[in-house]
Unconditional design. Sequence first.
Lengths: 117, 109
Amino acid sequence: EVQLLESGGGLVQPGGSLRLSCAASGFTFPAYGMSWVRQAPGKGLEWVSTVSGSGDNTYYTDSVKGRFTISRDNSKNTLYLRMNSLRAEDTAVYYCAKSVASTFDSWGQGTLVTVSS
Amino acid sequence: EIVMTQSPATLSVSPGERATLSCRASQSVSVNLAWYQQKPGQAPRLLIYGASTRATGIPARFSGSGSGTEFTLTISSLQSEDFAVYYCQQYNNWPRALTFGGGTKVEIK
């Protein structure tokens, strides 16, 4: 059974930084791209970033380019999202998702990031 | 960026009835379209990919159709567990942006 467990969310001031982690199990982690998808309170879903299975290729939505960095450690079956220069509009639940052909076939339960002074 | 528009925003349906949800793309996405279900307080779940292929474990009452710019998700006979928000997502222009529709809430009539 695929399990994805996010951690690292919390309250951070505007301009601050945070690192999210996602521990994966139940599948061959290096074989799959992994993504972060976020959902602002009461709003819809927004794709944030994807990393290839090897970690060599990364992709971002325009609004986070230059501020967020996705990475993975295949020896630890863990996905990361480093978030710098955080803004109020980055406030959301961040979901880790296993990617298959650019769809998201398994999701974690999410971790809440709140950017506020 | 490809904009995905879902309609209606809210659909009121009685249990056992049929529900039809629409998703429109601002330009053709071929059949590179997925549907997700999200219940309150839960993560989304993949229902349909390739516009019409059910994901593993998804009941046959869920069906998807369409191509190009117009897509439909049909729930043939609504069960209590189907009341949720449904999102469409295009993945036609990967590795450029993946985009979701704004969602359709299916509520009990």
